[in-house]
Design a protein around this ligand. Structure first.
Ligand code: ADP
Length: 478
């Protein structure tokens, strides 16, 4: 593992901060580092640094910025093993998943470094013979990014990659649970030649105070946030005062629908991948398994067989499939939802309680006979628990699936091509996996409908979030 970088990074300087805070390994509670604990004063300094760096960075050609970003991408990939070990230590996910995230995270930098060279405007057929019209794309300016702990690298690179490629400068406030990956990324950016002040990392435990400064400062023109819907709504309100551009990637309540005409093997494999990756702690994790009555028992039995065989333990053990949850609060929440369902008549085919691997472990669980009246239907579980709801008709499945204020990910399995089109179009979600449990990639637009958020990350949509359109009208043409 790296000797972790533990100081914050502002204006090209590493800052030890007025106090420090502990980062612990969720697998065993051991303190792995003491990190700089910054507050509002240093957040303003970070915005100052981003402001100072903006003119020169935005004036570079996209190709020149791209060259620097490509070096950063290469350095991240060269350090895959060390970054993965660091991630497993502070976040808990199994090492093989952490390696996957490093590659996934780097891919956003590579892709946007390429894509920003193609941020074309338009020439517009004129409406007056004396005028000529065109539109150009320019960087938004100083951006703020507030990121969560579940993907400590990728949630940063999919904001910072397009922002830097577009010519913006950034202040990142990573999760207090996982600041070490953010700081390691910044160290590699520094080595790659990202100029001082272009990327700033403010680590700290007073997220509300840091967030308030980022939202209130009129120099910050855009905020991109990934996290809970609750905090997203606070930030949405706080950004109204300065009318910032906003990207919000918030909570989900993903339906995973298995129709009677599904390929059972494929549906089970998709459910395992979508539900149990990162111990169920992703915002696109299947949250409600809606299973048609003709295939319900067979699906439940096969799923429980596979889930019951999962190896649970520290992410650093190469055999581990399910690591710890991020903190006590997370385990309490999962336990409460499972107990609530069991008390109302659900049954655990496997799991159903905490795991003796340690305080923050929950046994991978499959619940049957779950009904929409139970709290687990409407809450984001964020743990390794699959609740199976039974339905009879396609219309019922669609109504159940859409019966949530959230609209991030959805999945369904069917081998009927007509049904695939119908259901794919009927689901009110930003992303639909059709006979597929894993769809996240830098080349496709990731984001939610309804209360799951605003904007998209990845793809050309993800770049446009960091670009303003300017219309130029040339008059007096003879
Ligand atoms: P999660 O449940 O995934 O931890 P949160 O929404 O609580 O989701 O946290 C996501 C990010 O938002 C973290 O970086 C956290 O520190 C930050 N955060 C939490 N509360 C606030 C707030 N009031 N203002 C700004 N940022 C916040």
């Amino acid at each position: 593992m790296f000797d972790p970088v533990t100081d914050a990074f502002i204006g090209g300087h590493w800052m030890s901060g007025p106090t420090r805070f502990a980062v612990t390994n969720p697998a065993n509670g051991v303190v792995i580092a003491e990190v700089a604990n910054l507050g509002p004063v240093q957040t303003v300094e970070a915005i100052d640094a981003a402001e100072k760096a903006l003119p020169a960075w935005s004036a570079l050609t996209a190709k020149a910025r791209s060259a620097i970003l490509m070096r950063w991408n290469a350095l991240i990939l060269e350090n895959t093993e060390a970054l993965a070990e660091l991630m497993t230590a502070e976040q808990g996910k199994p090492l093989h998943e952490a390696r996957g995230e490093v590659a996934y995270g780097a891919a956003f930098i590579e892709w946007f470094a390429e894509e920003a060279k193609r941020s074309y405007g338009h020439t517009i057929p004129t409406t007056a013979s004396s005028k000529r019209m065109m539109s150009i794309k320019q960087p938004v300016g100083i951006c703020a990014a507030i990121t969560p702990w579940n993907f400590p690298i990728a949630m940063i690179t999919r904001k910072v990659g397009p922002a830097l490629a577009a010519g913006c400068t950034v202040v990142v406030k990573p999760s207090e649970e996982t600041p070490l990956c953010a700081l390691a990324l910044a160290r590699l950016a520094e080595i790659a030649g990202v100029p001082a002040g272009v990327l700033n990392i403010v680590t700290g435990t007073d997220a509300a105070a840091i967030g308030q400064v980022l939202c209130d400062d009129p120099r910050v023109r855009k905020l991109s946030f990934t996290g809970s819907t609750e905090v997203g709504k606070i930030l949405y309100r706080q950004c109204a005062g300065t009318v910032k551009k906003l990207s919000l990637e918030l909570g989900g309540n993903a339906p995973f629908i298995v129709f009677d005409d599904a390929d059972l093997d494929a549906a089970v494999a998709g459910a395992l991948a979508s539900k149990y990756r990162n111990a169920g702690q992703t915002c696109v994790c299947a949250n409600r398994m809606l299973v048609q009555s003709g295939i319900y028992d067979a699906f439940a039995e096969r799923l429980a067989q596979e889930v019951g065989a999962f190896a649970v333990g520290s992410g650093s053990d190469p055999d581990t499939v399910i690591g710890p949850l991020i903190n006590d609060e997370a385990v309490n929440k999962v336990e409460g939802l499972v107990n609530g369902a069991l008390e109302m008549g659900a049954k655990a085919l496997t799991g159903g309680a905490r795991h003796d691997a340690g305080a923050q472990f929950f046994t991978p669980t499959v619940l049957i006979d779950v009904t929409p009246q139970m709290e687990i239907f409407s809450q984001e579980i964020f743990g390794p628990v699959a609740p199976l709801f039974r339905f009879e008709t396609e219309a019922e499945a669609i109504a159940l699936a859409n019966g949530t204020p959230y609209g991030l990910a959805s999945y369904f399995y069917s081998q009927n091509v007509n049904r695939c089109w119908r259901v794919g179009e009927a689901l009110e979600f930003g992303m639909v996996g059709i006979n597929e449990g894993l769809f996240s990639t830098e080349v496709a637009p990731f984001g939610g409908w309804k209360e799951s958020g605003l904007g998209r990350e990845g793809a050309s949509e993800g770049l446009s979030e960091y670009l303003e359109t300017k219309y130029l009208c040339f008059g007096g043409v003879q």
